[in-house]
Design a binder for this molecule. Structure first.
Ligand code: UDX
Length: 430
């Protein structure tokens, strides 16, 4: 497994747990040192134990000796990052091409290279061309995208809805089917297509999920004006099996390391083929604009932002991860501070470097300290530990204002005279 990030480390550990011998490599020596001393560089529930168990059994090895790892492996998974380029929607594939060159340099033997990183349509072709230039014809390239959600990655690996294998040569399907057989035996759908087909399925899936979320978020705006409860709409729509109820929860806006990146990546693929993916473009725009909707609402709730104390509960882009990438808080908190508010935040995964250099923004180490004397509490991330907060006890002598960005609390529970409760797409309690 080349790359020990969210994809490489989780997939490698889970492959080892299926009984395979797995070598994880990373150019970042400190990551490998940490892993060899039993410390996982990423926050993923359940991963530490799984790493320890498979490391102890000798099935899971961490090294930065690239050459040795490549020469001892039959299947080589490329799991390196494919971030967006700074100034465009394009995907930066430099780490992918670097890995391919290293593989070609490390062995003369026949190997099967599998791209598990999310790579734009045609990347397999480009790797093939690069290897041909290096006079390497015995390195096959296959696409096997992952569908792992942060916070649920082990579960998503073990119980995938589908395993997608993309190759231009049928013989590869047998080899990969053998590797995934234990999951197929438990009901996973093993799906084969062309290499470009597999590359597109990944982007199309993430872009569609982002579209579903953005669709329901826009309807939530309508519901607030029309005094309708968006949760009824999600249920009423979602019980149609053609629509499905998952990823139809109104919220702050989607964030994370995938949806923002992959929607832009898909648009750039469309542009390359001179096809205008107008729906995905409008999803990106709508999701970006949504952050302003919340700060406008806060201004309305508080009257003005100057000198107001605003306490955030959670700042990560979703629960059960420490990942801040494209989290809505990264836009909301600087804006509020710049407009004179004093922001505090508590997150179960601790203080964030992203907020350290912002004046008037302080990390608090527990919920009570964070919320005491707040003019407004913003429930930003739906961590389990926030479900049982007794807000009435936090500020005895003051009517607490709460803006629940995740509809975590029920309207009836929050309708008491001590609370001024706002949420997303649901009628205001009078
Ligand atoms: C996503 C895809 O789900 C996964 O298949 C892919 O491999 C990687 O990208 P991830 O980004 O980890 O996974 O998180 P996910 O759980 O999909 O949530 C993405 C964003 O959508 C989060 O900001 C989440 O809060 C938001 N979301 C999700 C909603 O706002 N409403 C929903 O109903 C579901």
């Amino acid at each position: 497994m080349i790359g020990t990030g969210y994809v490489g480390l989780v997939s490698g550990t889970c492959f080892a747990d299926l009984g395979n011998k797995v070598i994880c490599i990373d150019k970042d020596k400190s990551k490998i040192e940490k892993l060899n001393s039993g410390i996982s560089p990423i926050y993923e529930p359940g991963l530490d134990e799984l790493i320890k168990k498979n490391f102890a059994s000798g099935r899971l090895i961490f090294t930065n000796d690239f050459k040795k790892a490549i020469s001892k492996s039959e299947l080589i998974f490329i799991c390196v990052g494919t971030p967006n380029k700074q100034k465009s929607n394009d995907v930066d594939l430099s780490f992918v091409f670097k890995a391919a060159k290293e593989i070609a340099k490390s062995t003369k033997n026949k190997k099967i290279i599998i791209t598990k990183s999310t790579v734009p349509v045609g990347t397999g072709d480009r790797i093939e061309k690069l290897l041909k230039k290096l006079k390497r014809k015995n390195l096959d390239i296959i696409s096997n995208p992952e569908f792992l959600r942060e916070g649920e990655a082990i579960r998503d690996f073990r119980f995938p809805d589908r395993i997608v294998i993309g190759s231009n040569e049928k013989k590869h399907f047998k080899i990969l089917k053998k590797l995934y057989q234990p999951l197929i035996n438990k009901g996973a759908n093993f799906f084969t297509t062309s290499r470009r087909g597999a590359e597109l399925i990944k982007y199309a899936s993430n872009a569609f999920l982002a579209t579903k979320i953005t669709f329901i978020n826009e309807l939530a705006n309508l519901c607030e004006k029309a005094n309708i409860n968006i949760e009824d709409i999600s249920l009423g729509m979602g019980s149609d099996s053609r629509i499905g109820s998952r990823f139809l929860r109104a919220g702050p806006a989607y964030g994370g390391s995938c949806f923002p990146k992959d929607t832009k990546g898909l648009v750039s693929t469309g542009d390359k083929f001179k096809i205008n993916l107008s729906i995905v473009k409008s999803v990106i725009k709508s999701n970006d604009n949504r952050k302003k909707v919340h700060t406008e609402k806060i201004k309305k709730i508080l009257g003005s932002l100057k000198g107001k104390k605003i306490a955030f509960l959670g700042v990560t882009f979703k629960p059960n991860t420490d990942d801040m990438r494209d989290s809505v808080s990264l836009k909301m908190i600087p804006y509020l501070c710049k407009n004179g508010s004093k922001v505090t935040y508590y997150d179960p995964t601790g203080e964030k470097k992203e907020f350290k250099k912002i004046d008037n923004c302080k990390f608090k180490k527990n919920i009570k300290e964070n919320c005491i004397n707040a003019d407004l509490i913003v429930l930003h991330t739906e961590w389990d530990e926030f479900k049982s907060i007794d807000f009435k006890r936090i500020n005895k002598n003051k009517k607490l204002k709460i803006f629940d960005l995740r509809n975590l609390y029920s309207i009836s529970e929050m309708s008491n005279k001590k609370l001024d409760y706002y949420s997303v797409g649901r009628p205001k309690i009078n």
